[in-house]
Design a protein around this ligand. Structure first.
Ligand code: 13P
Length: 255
């Protein structure tokens, strides 16, 4: 049975105090307290709020992820954050290759693969993001783009790293736009990703959908056969909407 995961990407939001309060609210909700253990709940605050989020999550079903890490353990990399340090703090997951970092920090697939490999070697589970732009979808090259992303990331990271990771399909045009992929659009791409993963025996890796997921569209997305959960941006910043998305995942039978 594949693991289901609901992960919140808080992006550059929340001070340490706000993160602590938001995690406390999520942890104490009846949805989270009653969520089946087969649904993993992850929140990814900004670096400087990780510590307070971890403290608020102790003893709960909620685990903490980071939004990025460096591809080396240590060295002369001014301003960077090592995956060893994240792991030592109690961080369990790390997002790599988010489209905002590809766009703003010019991260490419090879770097994303190296980050994923280092993160896994340091005890973190990478959440590897892939997805097409609107132009690429309109040019009908979505699967070419995503197939290339997966192949380049895999050749940099190694097949075993992909087997230990989580994939997030985040169409760039759906992020922060209020225009989520339809369940059919998302399922088509998830099925394609799963068939690509099958080539190297990684077909059981959870594949999350991300891009304007809300408490209103989550349950329909979760009925799709190849959607194993969500990577949620805006709607993860309010405990009520994030918990409603967790509830929608909790009602879906595992596959
Ligand atoms: P939104 O849910 O705000 O569209 O963001 C999605 C995202 O980028 C998650 O990583």
């Amino acid at each position: 049975m594949r693991t289901r995961i609901i992960a919140g990407n808080w992006k550059m939001n929340t001070t340490p105090d706000e993160a602590s309060a938001l995690v406390a609210e999520i942890v104490s909700s009846s949805t989270v307290q009653q969520a089946p253990l087969s649904v993993r709940i992850v929140v990814c605050p900004p670096y400087l709020s990780l510590s307070s989020a971890i403290q608020s999550s102790v003893g709960s079903h909620v685990v903490i992820g980071a939004q990025n890490c460096h591809h080396e353990e240590k060295g002369a990399y001014t301003g960077e954050v090592s995956p060893v340090v994240l792991h030592g703090m109690g961080v369990k997951y790390v997002i790599v290759g988010h489209s905002e970092r590809r766009r703003d920090q010019f991260e490419n697939n090879e770097l994303v693969g190296r980050k994923a490999a280092r993160a896994l070697a340091c005890g973190l589970t990478p959440i590897i993001c892939v997805g097409e732009t609107l132009d690429e979808r309109e040019d009908d090259i979505t699967t070419d783009v995503i197939g290339t992303q997966i192949r380049l990331i895999t050749s940099a990271a190694g097949e075993d790293v992909i087997k230990g990771s989580v994939i997030a399909y985040e169409p760039v045009w759906a992020i922060g736009t209020g225009r989520a992929a339809t369940p059919i659009q998302a399922q088509d791409v998830h099925a394609f990703i799963r068939s690509e993963l099958h080539i190297f025996g990684a077909q059981d890796v959870p594949i999350l959908y991300g891009g304007s997921v809300t408490d209103e569209n989550a349950s329909t997305l979760f009925t799709c056969r190849d959607i194993d959960g969500a990577l949620v941006g805006g709607a993860s910043l309010k405990a009520s909407s994030f918990c409603a998305i967790i509830e929608a995942a909790s009602g879906v039978h595992g596959r």
